[in-house]
Design a binder for this molecule. Structure first.
Ligand code: CBH
Ligand code: ZN
Length: 399
């Protein structure tokens, strides 16, 4: 039996396809709460998490990323989140790792343990203490034999460096992606410099995830690539963008858009947008190509179909999807049959269907987020009055 190929070997051979958005998808299905966005569903609703992994595997994902987003201790208890007390870091990370491993074995996928930024960093927690938070997660990933590690969704390069350093205490391959766009991190560090610092901290794969659409994210990747080349560094590049169009977003990305997080639907990318994304990413030299919030299995399938030649295979889910809509030739209506071709779908400009819907909205532009301790000092009485009013309204509704 030949040994299973690891991430770096696969990346050298061709594109590796990541998965899509877990917290966003599971929130819509009723298993994650928007706000804390924590992954306790791996313990409380294992079937929901397992089945989303399976959907991504079928769509062509080469990586089953354990559902451990925001699963640090400080985040699980932050602002009254009960998951920390009732379940805890160890149990969530372990259950998530097992689910990823179980589904990965149903295909030839790799398993991945991920860590993400923690609220304590923003509140000024020391480097050692922040690292200790991460160590609790990483310990589980090592014990559960995840194939590699990922530091994802960091908006400050300094915290990212601490996270990478902590991952490097193991002998696992480390990938790192920041939730930044072409304008760089929240402390004014450019995208190019962020990439160089991630690589110097020891990441084998560097790039961006979340916060911006595929095309804005690739702009950031371009800058990262230039910076890395100038510094003589050669890590692999990764991109896992949103599946929402964000041409109007500011530095904080989609978090600042008025539609975040409950009204983003009009911005969803089509599968055809994802063909374009996959091709452009590949041509830029990005080899780890996946998605983040809003990215559903059909988006990943489109990436896998676009790169089928490079990968030498179509994903299992293509059984039910002929390239460029060819299946529409079997439709009953002639004008729909006429759409069974690439040209039609590549040229389509989808309408929003909302008469007064503008193409751009005006972001909040809050600027840099501060830690909870700072926000508490700034909180005004109006906001607590407002909260009390809302609560009363809710109680009235219930009664
Ligand atoms: O769940 C996932 O898919 C993770 N791999 C990445 C999640 S990025 C989450 C963004 C929401 C964060 C917030 O509002 O604080
Ligand atoms: Zn995301």
């Amino acid at each position: 039996m030949t040994a299973r190929k690891g991430l770096l070997e696969r990346l050298r051979e061709g594109p590796v396809i990541g998965d899509g958005g877990f917290v966003f998808q599971l929130e819509k299905r009723g298993y994650v709460k928007a706000g804390p966005w924590t992954p306790e569903a791996s313990v409380t609703h294992t079937d929901a998490v397992r089945s989303l992994h399976r959907d991504f595997l079928r769509a062509g994902s080469d990586v089953m990323q354990a559902f451990t987003f925001y699963a640090t201790e400080d985040k699980l208890v932050n602002r009254g989140n009960k998951a920390g007390e009732t379940i805890g870091v160890d149990k969530i990370n372990r259950a998530s790792s097992k689910l990823a491993r179980e589904v990965a074995a149903e295909g030839d996928a790799l398993t991945l343990g991920g860590i993400s930024q923690c609220p304590s960093y923003l509140s000024g927690m020391s480097k050692d203490d922040v690292k200790a938070e991460y160590r609790k997660q990483i310990k589980v990933f090592v014990e559960e034999e995840m194939d590699f590690l990922l530091c994802e969704y960091f908006e400050h390069i300094e915290e990212m460096e601490w996270a990478i350093e902590t991952c490097k205490e193991t002998d696992k391959v480390v990938a790192a992606s920041m939730c930044i766009g072409p304008e760089g991190d929240m402390h004014g560090v450019s995208a190019a410099e962020c990439a160089v610092r991630m690589a110097r901290a020891g990441a084998d794969v560097v790039g961006v995830n979340c916060h911006f659409d595929p095309f804005v994210s690739l702009e950031a990747l371009k800058k990262m690539k230039e910076g890395l080349e100038a510094a003589g560094l050669k890590p692999f590049l990764m991109c896992q963008p949103l599946a929402y169009h964000t041409p109007d977003a500011g530095k904080q990305g989609f978090i600042d858009l008025p539609e975040f997080p409950f009204g983003l639907e009009a911005r969803i990318c089509t599968r055809w947008d994802m063909h374009k994304y996959a091709r452009e990413a590949y041509e830029l030299g990005v080899r780890y190509i996946g998605g983040c919030c809003g990215f559903e299995p059909y988006h990943i399938r489109a990436v896998a179909e676009e790169l089928a030649k490079e990968r030498g295979r179509f994903p299992p889910g293509s059984d039910m999807h002929d390239a460029w809509g060819k299946g529409l030739e079997m439709h009953t209506k002639p004008w729909v049959r006429a759409r069974a071709n690439r040209e039609y779908w590549e040229k389509l400009m989808p309408a929003s269907g909302r008469p007064y819907c503008s193409s751009m909205s005006c972001p909040d532009n809050w600027g840099v987020t501060q830690g909870d301790s700072v926000l508490k000092q700034q909180a005004t009485s109006t906001s607590s009055e407002e909260i009390a009013k809302l609560k009363a309204m809710q109680d009235q509704k219930k009664a």
